[in-house]
Write a new protein. Structure first.
Length: 164
């Protein structure tokens, strides 16, 4: 048996069936071409489909972009202390710009991560400090369940500290 797509005509071993006309096709590409070539929607159908209400995707949820940053004293950088094993800070990971350490909030006792990024390493990697600062500002304003939350940031002469 050969593919129903007029452009293909290959022999079929595992056919794909068109749900509209039940013709047998050899591949996804042929099925897509077949649907565009044979089952074109008329203008009335296109108009009705475009007027249907858009359904919200189950996997994508709306986030929130905070218009104005409000400083929460709970997340002030001085309220955090690093977990230590002996004299060393408990490290969670490292990247091109610095390290991530485990920390505890002194006020509520919850655990957080503090990302320590060295300005010198940022410049050595060819990035711009202003771009990093803008990214931090934007990240602080984003609130979404699938994006890691940036609660606070601190900057000194040599580094950025991000409480996540």
């Amino acid at each position: 048996m050969s593919c129903y797509n007029a452009k293909c005509q290959k022999q079929i071993t595992n056919p794909l069936i068109c749900k509209k006309c039940l013709n047998k096709l050899c591949s996804n590409n042929c099925l897509i071409e077949h649907n565009f070539d044979i089952h074109q929607l008329d203008n009335q159908s296109k108009y009705l489909i475009n007027k249907l209400p858009k359904k919200e995707c189950l996997f994508i949820r709306k986030g929130e972009l905070v218009k104005e940053l409000k400083s929460d004293p709970l997340y002030d950088f001085k309220n955090f202390e690093y977990f230590r094993i002996g004299a060393k800070k408990q490290i969670l990971g490292a990247g091109a710009f610095g390290e991530v350490y485990l920390a505890k909030n002194k006020v509520n006792g919850n655990q957080y991560a503090i990302k320590h990024m060295y300005k010198k390493k940022i410049i050595e990697q060819g990035a711009n400090i202003e771009i990093v600062q803008r990214e931090i500002y934007i990240h602080q304003r984003l609130i979404h369940e699938n994006i890691i939350r940036l609660y606070s940031s601190h900057e000194d002469k040599y580094s950025f500290y991000l409480v996540i």
